[in-house]
Design a protein around this ligand. Sequence first.
Ligand SMILES: [Zn+2]
Length: 433
Amino acid sequence: MTEKKYWDKEIETMPRDKLEKYQLRLLKNEIAFARKGSAFYKKYLPDITLKSIDDIQKLPFVTKQIIRERQQAKEPFGDMVAVPEEEIVYISASSGSTGVPTASPFTAQDFDDFIDCQARLFWRSGMRPKDRYIHALNFSLFIGGPCVLGAQRLGALAIHAGSIPSERLLNFVRQFKPNWTWTTPSYAWYLGETAKNADLNPAKDLSLRNFICSGEPGGGIKETRENIEALWGANLYEYYGLSDIFGACAGSCTEKSGIHIEEDHMIVEVLDLKTGEPVGEGERGEMVLTTLKKRARPLIRFRTGDIVTYTDEKCNCGRTHKRLSGVHGRTDDMLIIKGVNVFPSDVEAVVRSLDFLTGEYRLIVDREKHLDTLAIEVENTKKTIPEVQDILATAIKARLGVKADIIVHKPGTLPRETHKAKRIIDKRTKVWG
Ligand SMILES: [Zn+2]
């Protein structure tokens, strides 16, 4: 028997006109279900007839703030929940900036859909039953934890490692020889450096040849991806997840040209930050997601805060679902330096393209005489300090259109992060305004 190419061929390759009709049917169901079961949605959503997918724009947005408020209004799960509490079988919790954890609840069917979706994503990236997968994401209340079950469902060996010390993780890798793992891009880099410090060559002495990366923009930045791939002699696949929906809602196929969104589970909109109108293909905007099948807590027009670009073009892999061609960062990461929008991911692309730097970097944002200033700290391995300053400042100016001071350190000076890297030191007392 020849091996199947798609996990779910009919869904993944559905022509777009058919897909949109299917989405519209699901959307109507989801809204009816939300209005029937959730006290919040009954009041919040207007009772209108949706004639096309575009009519979704007539519905109001949901934000993280609303989720938090509605949860507090009816502890513990809130009045956005559309099923009886006893039907909830799983929650993940995210702490958020205020420290009040918000729960993302799942019914048994929601959880099964979640795991099937993870299996689909892994299959799409090329994982097969013969493979061994070591899961290096945190298990503690984190939505990324159960994703390991997707690898298990497709028949791969799934090693539930979690967030353990790097030396221990490397020992497991040497012992069981997994060829797949999932980490943040920062950690993929850090783990490689840890291996090198132990006199190991990651590309030769270790078995990991496929990295799934999420949680930071790095996996989508060509320069960062290529550096990690070269360090490990591996392929890097970028995934995008959201605790309020699934561990991963989108992921790269083996073409590695953008990340497909599971459009049978959600509707994606990309909207202009100022006007709220849809932006075109290739333009940056905030991603807004609507769940189509979630029952425990439907999410209608959820503002993710993630800045993305997308394409509708059919992929060479044959899949028709929209692709994100970049997750550039979060609206709250965006800096405005003298009127120019700057994302740390744009700086990263420049820093990681220069081979005389280690790839580590940090931004210091300050304000002098009412004007924001940007300094970039990097680590230099080969050139003189003035040379580094000159080359990098010119490259930053060319790519970002802003002037930056360059602070040059010796290798190993900047802090190495094992999870999400903190790349910005903001010395301004007031961030916006
Ligand atoms: Zn594809």
